[in-house]
Ligand binder design. Structure first.
Ligand code: PLP
Length: 404
């Protein structure tokens, strides 16, 4: 390997090189799996010195990780523009908790985007509320309403773009600028785009979190999360994570690192396949609306094209039906799409969704404010199958709707 900093390389080169320090890989390509609780010291003086430093990449005890985890964390830092360091968590939800518990104290107020991932919302209304932290949901597309929320002090703003299920891209630089002017910390769930598709810290966010169970893992066989930040917040994240005893297994870290090596090419393939499928779906009479910011006629496409350098295979669509069972029947009729949670794997998935159940301030495309009825919707995670096979499968499943 050359001595070039992976941060200066293009995406596909970065993900293949990041984190592969010679001292961690030895003579082999990948950092081996270091299974360890106890780290042994040569002398008592060495043990004392290790205990004092708490530096990254220093042997101490299993809870602080070993080269397998350090290599993955460093790789994620190197692919995240503006990051000083990355903390790994046993799941994406654990990363959300770790980041919010780092920033918030009893009595603080949190503003959360109304289209945030449902467990993020539950964290605000449950765990954080029990700790005496106030929350308020906001419509990320309504700037005046967002600004008005700062009439009372705000400690942190939680963003997600595109939002879960309904896929609205928000103006992250504008929202984080308002937060900053008011002394609030901006955090973002960047699982959809990943650091390859959206440089969150360079668009105003202080802390960026990802569920690594999705694109980084990429094979639907591991749970992990991460939070990355500049130096100040990285130190704080790391301390909270150590206090909470958060640790990821070396086996999972090695799997995540393996997934990372192909992430750029997987994302490229699944985004172009998803875009073609979204375009095809938009023309089908059984489909009322496609929610995908990569589509040129999506209402938020311009913002997406301005701020993002890539997309992924995840998007949703609303059915032209008032039968609440129609989305379930449609996914049952599909042969190439698994029915299940998560996404970002090599295999395609389909999931009936009910976003109107999880909104406080935003009208949902599945329950437009002016309409009484509820429209069924489906979220697709497009994998690495041949796009034409997926379209044929969707076509035969949609055709069954006509005869119901
Ligand atoms: C899946 C997901 C998470 C949570 O990640 P887990 O690894 O499943 O805990 C967080 N945010 C978004 C947007 C997700 O889709």
């Amino acid at each position: 390997m050359s001595g070039k900093d992976p941060k200066e390389m293009r995406a596909a080169t970065r993900v293949t090189n990041a984190g592969r320090r010679k001292e961690w890989t030895g003579p082999v390509v990948n950092a081996p799996v270091w299974r360890a609780s106890t780290h042994l010291y040569e002398t008592e003086a060495d043990r004392k010195a290790a205990g004092k430093s708490n530096a990254d990449g220093g042997f101490f005890y299993g809870r602080r990780g070993a080269p397998t985890q350090w290599s993955l964390a460093e790789a994620l830092t190197q692919i995240e523009p503006g990051a000083h360091g990355t903390v790994l968590y046993p799941s994406g939800v654990a990363a959300i908790a770790g980041a919010l518990l780092t920033v918030l104290r009893p009595g603080d107020r949190l503003l959360m985007s109304d289209n945030a991932y449902d467990p993020s919302r539950s964290m605000a209304t449950g765990l954080l509320k029990r700790l005496g932290i106030e929350y308020d949901f906001f419509d990320p597309l309504d700037m005046p309403a967002f600004e008005a929320k700062f009439d009372a002090p705000v400690k942190a703003v939680w963003l997600e773009s595109p939002g879960s299920l309904t896929m609205e891209v928000c103006d992250v630089p504008a929202l984080t600028a308002i937060a900053r002017q008011n002394g609030a910390v901006s955090l973002i769930d960047n699982t959809w785009a990943s650091s390859l598709g959206f440089a969150a810290l360079e668009h105003g966010c202080d802390i960026v979190m990802m569920s690594l169970s999705k694109h980084v893992g990429g094979h639907s066989d591991l749970m992990m999360g991460s939070a990355s930040a500049g130096e100040r917040w990285y130190r704080a994240l790391r301390r909270t994570s150590q206090e909470l005893g958060q640790v990821v297994s070396p086996d999972d870290a090695a799997l995540a690192a393996r997934g990372l090596r192909t992430m750029a090419i997987r994302l490229k393939q699944s985004s172009s396949s998803a875009l073609r499928i979204a375009q095809w779906l938009a023309e089908q009479p059984q489909v009322a609306q496609v929610m995908c910011p990569m589509l040129p006629n999506d209402p938020r496409h311009e913002l997406w094209a301005r701020d993002f350098t890539g997309g992924c295979g995840l998007f949703s669509f609303v059915l032209n039906s008032s039968d609440p069972e129609a989305s379930g029947a449609l996914v049952d009729a599909l042969n190439l799409f698994g029915i299940g949670y998560s996404w970002g794997g090599y295999e395609s998935l389909a999931l009936p969704i009910f976003p109107h159940d999880h909104r406080a301030t935003m009208a949902s495309p599945t329950k437009p404010a002016e309409e009484a009825g509820i429209r069924p919707a489906v979220r697709l995670s497009i994998g690495l199958e041949d796009t034409d096979d997926l379209i044929e499968d969707l076509a035969q499943a949609l055709a069954t709707m006509d005869t119901q």
